[in-house]
Design a protein around this ligand. Structure first.
Ligand SMILES: Cc1cc2nc3c(=O)[nH]c(=O)nc-3n(C[C@H](O)[C@H](O)[C@H](O)COP(=O)(O)OP(=O)(O)OC[C@H]3O[C@@H](n4cnc5c(N)ncnc54)[C@H](O)[C@@H]3O)c2cc1C
Ligand code: SF4
Length: 362
């Protein structure tokens, strides 16, 4: 992805050094290091725009309600842009109100805050109401013309999402889509956890993200990757069943973007075809990047006992189950070694608790 991103950014001249157009503005290609902050308590987030459904949309909503009464999620209030004019208004609103702080907080999670500074433009982009080029160009223009209002870390962070991830993922699907659809390199076969369907769980982070998903059929990237995806992977969920779950729930779900993201990025079903390591983490990561754990009955740092965080249990059980595969992996080997150094009593307690979690999340 990085090679693709740099090549296309340089070709298009987006955020490049005017003195030397082969070099990125600011001297580095990636400003992610500046972009891993958590908003201080009490931060106010600009509300995203909401578009009242027109008559045709209202008819569609009625039809969906009548034909699929038991499908997951709530239809109303419905606020997604469904026309070209609304899509352009959504783009303007993002650039004016949320782009400046997009970068620093793009990996953060905040309880009860659904959107933070994300753009929610995946919906109009995937519906063909916005072209990815015009979205990137609007952001680059806002950076150059904004008198410093849009920091480079935010502009670069956003361009990386669309030009880097979205466009790259398109080519992953174009070249490897059919193989990816059937992949299951880790031989995972557990069912999708019941709580993903019902929302019934005491896990504060999962319950909050599930609530957001059912309100609008949408979660931001970190909730998808580090909550639902991470937990499913550590519990050994069948990646194809998980793809079906994602497809059933997300309003921006299209095969070409969903399959590489779920099967490849999130579930490592292609044995690391385009990620350098599996996206697994314990509760400590979620504690660092969110305010969820302080409201949760589980302890992010604990891997054994009744109050052990299910993410932490799942993480170490994943390392245990796949230690042979990852013992020489450049980014996983140290973790495998630290797991093997734990007392056997602790390792079997983790295995036993993980087996219970596969039967049902608390
Ligand atoms: C398990 C999983 C499933 C996903 N399924 C989908 C899906 O079905 N449809 C979809 O459009 N995106 C999907 N994504 C990617 C990403 O999470 C969403 O595009 C993003 O959350 C949409 O919200 P946003 O528009 O506010 O994004 P922002 O955070 O504002 O990012 C801007 C844009 O960048 C693009 N983008 C960022 N990351 C990705 C990515 N990994 N792949 C493709 N485009 C990206 C999107 O077009 C997005 O609108 C998935 C990610 C994961 C981890
Ligand atoms: S303790 Fe674990 S389950 Fe609870 S909010 Fe933190 S990460 Fe989520």
């Amino acid at each position: 992805m990085e090679a693709f991103y740099r090549r296309v950014r340089a070709r298009e001249g987006w955020l490049m050094d005017p003195e030397d157009p082969t070099k990125p503005l600011g001297g580095v290609w990636n400003l992610d290091r500046e972009n891993r902050r958590v908003p201080p308590a009490g931060t106010r987030f600009p509300p995203p725009p909401s578009f009242a459904p027109d008559e045709l949309m209202r008819e569609v909503l009625d039809d969906v309600e009548r034909l699929f009464p038991d499908h997951p999620g709530r239809l109303r209030p419905f606020g997604w842009p469904t026309s070209r004019a609304e899509a352009l208004a959504a783009l303007d609103d993002f650039v004016d109100h949320r782009l400046p702080a997009f970068g620093p907080y793009e990996d953060a999670m905040v309880a009860g805050e659904r959107v933070l500074h994300h753009s929610q433009l995946s919906v109009p982009l995937n519906l063909g109401l916005l072209h990815p080029r015009e979205v990137v160009e609007a952001v680059v223009r806002a950076f150059h013309e904004g008198d410093g209002r849009v920091p480079l870390a935010s502009a670069e962070g956003f361009v990386r999402q669309v030009l880097g991830w979205r466009e790259f993922v398109y080519h992953v699907d174009r070249t490897r889509g059919p193989a990816l659809e059937a992949a299951n390199a880790l031989d995972h076969d557990a069912p999708v956890p019941d709580a993903f369907w019902t929302g019934r769980t005491r896990m504060a982070c999962l319950a909050d993200a599930w609530q957001g998903l059912h309100e609008r059929g949408w979660n931001h990237h970190i909730e998808r990757l580090m909550l639902f995806g991470n937990l499913a992977l550590t519990l050994g969920t069948d990646p194809r069943a998980l793809t079906a779950w994602f497809t059933a729930h997300y309003v921006d779900a299209l095969d070409w973007v969903m399959v590489p993201n779920v099967m490849g990025m999130s579930q490592y079903a292609d044995d690391g075809g385009f990620t350098s390591k599996p996206y697994v983490s314990g509760g400590a990561y979620i504690d660092r990047m969110s305010d969820h754990c302080r409201r949760c009955p589980f302890e992010p740092g604990r891997r054994t006992g009744a109050d052990a965080c299910p993410f932490t249990v799942g993480y170490w059980d994943f390392v245990d189950r796949h230690q042979a595969r990852f013992e020489r992996h450049p980014r996983m080997a140290m973790i495998v070694r630290s797991w093997r150094a734990r007392p056997e009593a602790e390792r079997s307690a983790v295995r036993a608790r993980a087996a219970e979690l596969r039967e049902g999340l608390p």
